[in-house]
Design a protein. Structure first.
Length: 96
C-alpha cells in the first residue's frame, strides 16, 4: 500500500474513532466522562481535518493514486472526505 493509501486508511480510522467517541458521549450519564469523550472527539475531528489537507496535497502531487484512495476512503475528483458521511469501503472489483 502506498503512503496515499495509508493516509486514506488512517483518515477513515480517525473518523471512525471520532464517531465512536461521540456515541460514548451521548450514551454516558457521567458528566466528567461525557466531557472527556466530547473533547477527545473534537481532537479527532481536528486531526481528520489536518489529514484531509494532506490528502488534498497528495492528490495534487500524485493524481495516479486517486483510484487507490477511492477504494480505501471514497475519494472523488481529488477531494478527500465524504462530507461527514461514513467512508466507503472497498467491496472488491466492480465490472461496468
Amino acid at each position: 500500500m502506498t503512503i496515499a493509501g495509508q493516509v486514506a486508511q488512517c483518515l477513515a480510522n480517525i473518523e471512525s474513532a471520532a464517531a465512536n467517541l461521540k456515541s460514548f458521549s451521548l450514551q454516558t450519564q457521567d458528566q466528567q466522562a461525557k466531557q472527556m469523550f466530547q473533547q477527545l472527539s473534537q481532537t479527532m475531528d481536528q486531526s481528520a481535518q489536518q489529514l484531509k489537507g494532506r490528502m488534498d496535497y497528495i492528490m495534487q502531487q500524485e493524481p495516479q493514486y486517486s483510484q487507490e484512495i477511492q477504494g480505501t476512503y471514497g475519494m472523488q475528483s481529488g477531494t478527500p472526505g465524504t462530507g461527514g458521511q461514513k467512508p466507503k469501503r472497498d467491496k472488491g472489483p466492480t465490472s461496468y
